[in-house]
Write a protein that binds this ligand. Sequence first.
Ligand code: GRF
Length: 195
Amino acid sequence: MKRVKTAVFISGRGSNMEALIAAAKDPAYPAEIALVFSNDPQAVGLKTAVAAGIETLAIDHRPFGKDRAAHEALIDAALRERGIELVALAGYMRILTPFLTGAWAGKMLNIHPSLLPKYPGLHTHARALAAGDLEAGCTVHWVTEGVDEGPVLGQARVPILSGDDEDALSARVLAQEHKLYPASLAKAAAEMVEG
Ligand code: GRF
C-alpha cells in the first residue's frame, strides 16, 4: 500500500506529533511519518521522535533574524530532498511566509486549539473562558497565507465546565487533539493516495 510521506513540524513538547507517530505505526495507516522537523534544536519532541526511530532535522531560526524566507528556503529544500509529500504542523510556533504556504498549498495541515474561525492566534483557552463560552475545541485545517485561516478539515468539541481554568480546559481539548489530528491526517493522506 502506498503511504504518503509526511513531515511533522514541532517547536516544543510534541504531544500531537507523538499521537501521529503512534497512529502511523499501523501499516494500514495511509501516511508514513518520514521526518520530524523543528525550528528549535532543543525542542523536547525531537528526543521523542529519535526514540521512535524517526529521522529528525532542526534548523534554528535565530541565526536568520528577520529573514524568514531564507530559513524557509532551507526547510523547503530539506523536504524536497526527502521526497516529502505532506506536512503536518503540530505546535510549530513560527509564522510562515507566502513562500512556504504557497509552495505547500494543499499539502500542509495545522492543528489549532479552538473552534476556528473563533480565536485564531494565541491564548485560545483563556479567551474562551473570558468570553463565558459553553464549549471549546480544536480544529485541523489546511494552511493558507492567513494565520489559522485555511479550510477546515475536522473539528472536535468539548464542553467548558464551571470551575474550569486554562489548564483544565487545555487538558480536555488536548485529549481531543490527539484523536482529531491522526483522523484528519488519515483523511487527507487517503484522499491524496486515491487521487
Ligand atoms: C497544541 O495545543 C496545538 O493545538 C497548538 O500547539 C499545541 C502543541 O502541543 N498548535 P504539542 O507540542 O503537540 O504537545
